[in-house]
Design a binder for this molecule. Structure first.
Ligand code: ADP
Ligand code: MG
Length: 704
């Protein structure tokens, strides 16, 4: 006798082994990315229809979807005058009779015979008689037999051409009958018990053919938990792996340079900044490489924290790098850091693609021989020719704008340098847990003292002249203003599809710039900046504006990040319905940076409900953390800044808005498990390890 101990996992059994799947269907299923039995079992319904409640035939109502059960009394077919074939079954129960009617489906006569018990589901109509046209139906062979298309909560699947729900349901039933018993439970029993989770077999069965709504709900919770759990395990393992490396840079904390830096600051650090600096110091002091995310609202003062960390690495004889996504930001940071650190004798070098020829060679040389203590730049930093003498700390600002490879490229310019990531705006907690779950987190949830949060208003066209007057008033009082447009120039076809569905298209920056300069504000100097200007041009416009050479700056969203001109007291945003909520918040963050009152005015006539929600949210809070949560609620996780580019898998089943509880539970359990068994080598963990290897091959380097 041969005992097959080498049982194949369901992820290796081709789907054509399932009864009802021939070569043709296998091809069709492939289009749904179903190639194995496991793929099939995890192809869950997109919704369900409750066809479990039978109505006596005499009680059914025209216009309603009804489920009835009866006996086929008579069958018959005929052709209409127009050549259509009609097939009818008269079905009766104790209370009455109804017709089931099919058009051009004469083969129905092969499937049904008088005397059969049958369940019908569909929309009831009344012509001469009461009837259901083209109903879903199921013939009951024996009383008590399980039905799958009617008479129960019925699964409705995502389909593809050539595959019907009826067909897929039958295949699914066959697959479950044969293979559900072979589904292996990967989740440790104590975790299941702690969170009251259904067994996996039960959950998969109930996802497809739930006996009751409560069972479906329990099944869903289990599946969602699994999805989060596997992801969090991967993150926990990655974090553990980074932490176990002991060959990073152990910075010595404290010293003349860092003390003078603190002493020279023209303001008092907020408690949040102090705490973030402490966290960072601790990480940097350790030989384990720092892997920390600094999150904070616009204007919360992240730069100071980064600057301090950079000083610390310089003080220890290493170099620090600050990488940002755009040329403008690079220059901005370069100027800021120069202002802060030049007095300490720290040498800062700018390295971007706009730095060329001799200047570039000079920069490269200084990076290589160590004359450059701090290097600020764009992607140019990670080009091949750039060689650091000794990189101790890499800071990556607006890190979501970089790909995974780019982030690690910078890191590879040194030997396990410490890494500090920064985000420009807060991101929702659930997203942070999934996207950056392997990073340690410092949060700046406090604004510097003396800041007056900008007032925000949402007004209509009738206020336009009043707003212009107000801008003139502020400018006459020595302040400055931004006027922001969603597009550079109006296109003939009205440009971008209006986000809020407004038919008016977007007002264009260039066109309005001319109008402001010549008609509206002839007494003032008006500047224009947009993304099509080359970098030196942009730089010139920005510095002129900061120096007060222009009082009003007309712009597109290029001013979104990093621009710091505390003298600006008004921002007028035209067609704000075209912007995302976080983007609006980011824009608003450009004002309220000084100690005068500032005003953000949204001029919009939008009719779109979604857009109205965004505008309302913006004027109702100044907290970027609240905004981020709200944005996630409104837009949904898929839309919230391109999740895919972060190199993490999309969530197939779980929802970051509604499944927060499962996420938190799964995260806690996953990190706990890895803490106790960092190699996943313990008894009962081998299956988890196999799943991780399969799911994250090449993406997470799970070597555990
Ligand atoms: P963000 O977090 O948006 O990057 P920045 O670091 O650019 O914010 O800081 C915004 C402004 O606030 C800068 O002009 C900075 O000098 C100033 N700032 C930072 N920290 C403080 C503080 N503790 N007190 C007063 N002003 C501060
Ligand atoms: Mg900043």
């Amino acid at each position: 006798m041969v005992i097959n101990t080498n049982k194949q996992s369901l992820s290796q059994i081709p789907v054509r082994y399932v009864k009802g799947v021939g070569p043709a269907r296998a091809e069709i299923l492939k289009r749904l990315e179903i190639e194995t039995v496991e793929d099939l079992l995890y192809h869950f319904p997109r919704r369900y229809e409750d066809r479990s409640k039978f109505n006596p035939i005499s009680k059914v109502k025209a216009g309603e979807y009804e489920t009835v059960k009866g006996e086929i009394l008579t069958l018959g077919g005929h052709r209409t005058g127009k050549g259509k074939s009609i097939f009818k079954a008269r079905v009766g129960d104790e209370t009455g009779a109804i017709y089931a009617v099919w058009f051009n489906q004469s083969y129905m006569k092969n499937w049904l015979k008088a005397g059969d018990k049958i369940i019908l589901y569909g929309k009831v109509e009344r012509y001469k008689d009461i009837q259901i046209t083209a109903p879903e139906f199921e013939v009951i062979k024996e009383e008590g037999d399980e039905t799958i298309h009617t008479g129960r909560i019925v699964p409705i699947y995502p389909l593809t051409e050539g595959l019907s729900n009826r067909g897929l349901r039958s295949i699914m039933k066959n697959a479950l009958d044969k293979y559900l018993g072979e589904v292996e439970e990967a989740l440790p029993a104590e975790i299941r018990a702690r969170h009251n989770l259904a067994e996996l077999r039960e959950a998969i069965g109930n996802m497809h053919f739930p006996g009751a709504e409560a069972l479906r709900q329990a099944a869903y919770e289990r599946i969602v938990f699994d999805e989060f759990f596997v992801l969090q395990l991967a993150l926990a393992l990655r974090k553990a792996k980074i932490k176990e490396a002991e060959d990073g840079v152990a910075h010595k904390v404290g010293g003349e340079l860092s003390e003078s830096f603190k002493a020279l600051l023209p303001f008092k650090l907020t408690d949040a900044q102090k705490k973030a600096i402490e966290d960072t110091e601790k990480d940097m002091a350790s030989p384990r490489p720092m892997n920390r995310l600094l999150e904070g609202d616009v204007g919360s003062g992240k730069t100071i924290v980064a600057a301090y960390a950079l000083v610390l690495t310089v003080q220890n004889g290493h170099q620090g790098a600050l990488m940002v996504p755009t040329e403008i930001l690079a220059r901005q940071h370069f100027n800021n850091l120069n202002g802060l650190l030049r007095p300490l004798g720290i040498n800062i070098v700018l390295l971007t693609n706009a730095v060329i020829d001799e200047a570039r060679e000079e920069a490269n040389r200084m990076v290589e021989d160590g004359t450059a203590n701090i290097i600020v730049g764009t992607h140019a930093l990670i080009q091949e020719g750039v060689k650091f003498r000794d990189l101790g700390l890499a800071v990556i600002d607006e890190q979501h704008k970089f790909g995974v490879d780019q982030r690690s490229s910078l890191k590879e310019k040194g030997l396990n340098p410490d890494v500090l990531f920064m985000t420009a705006t807060p991101i929702p907690r659930t997203l942070a847990m999934t996207l950056y779950g392997d990073l340690d987190l410092s949060i700046l949830d406090q604004m510097p003292e003396g800041r007056i949060p900008p007032k925000a208003y949402w007004v209509g066209e009738e206020r336009r002249q009043g707003i212009y007057k107000f801008i003139a008033q502020e400018v006459s009082a020595g302040r400055q203003a931004y006027i922001v447009y969603p597009v550079i120039e109006k296109k003939k076809d009205e440009g971008l599809p209006a986000r809020g569905g407004s038919a008016s298209g977007g007002k264009a920056a260039t066109e309005m710039f001319a109008k402001f300069r010549d008609e509206v504000f002839p007494r003032f100097k008006v500047g224009l900046i947009h993304g099509r200007l080359d970098d030196t041009e942009k730089e010139r416009v920005m510095s002129d504006f900061k120096a007060g050479k222009a009082q009003i700056l007309v712009s597109t969203t290029v001013i979104e990040v990093g621009i710091d001109n505390p003298n600006v007291s008004v921002m007028l945003i035209e067609n704000p319905e075209r912007f995302g909520l976080s983007q609006l918040h980011q824009l608003r963050g450009r004002i309220g940076r000084g100690n005068q009152r500032s005003y953000c005015i949204l001029l919009s006539e939008t009719e779109s409900e979604q857009a109205k929600k965004r505008l309302k949210a913006l004027i109702s809070t100044t907290s970027g953390f609240n905004i981020a949560e709200e944005d996630l609620q409104i837009r949904g996780p898929g839309e919230f800044f391109g999740i895919r580019q972060h190199g993490l898998p999309e969530l197939r089943y779980a929802n970051l808005v509604s499944d927060v509880k499962q996420l938190e539970a799964a995260r806690k359990e996953a990190f706990n498990l890895v803490k106790g068994d960092p190699g996943l080598s313990g008894p009962g963990h081998s299956l988890l390890k196999a799943i991780l290897k399969r799911k994250f091959a090449g993406r997470f380097e799970i070597k555990a």
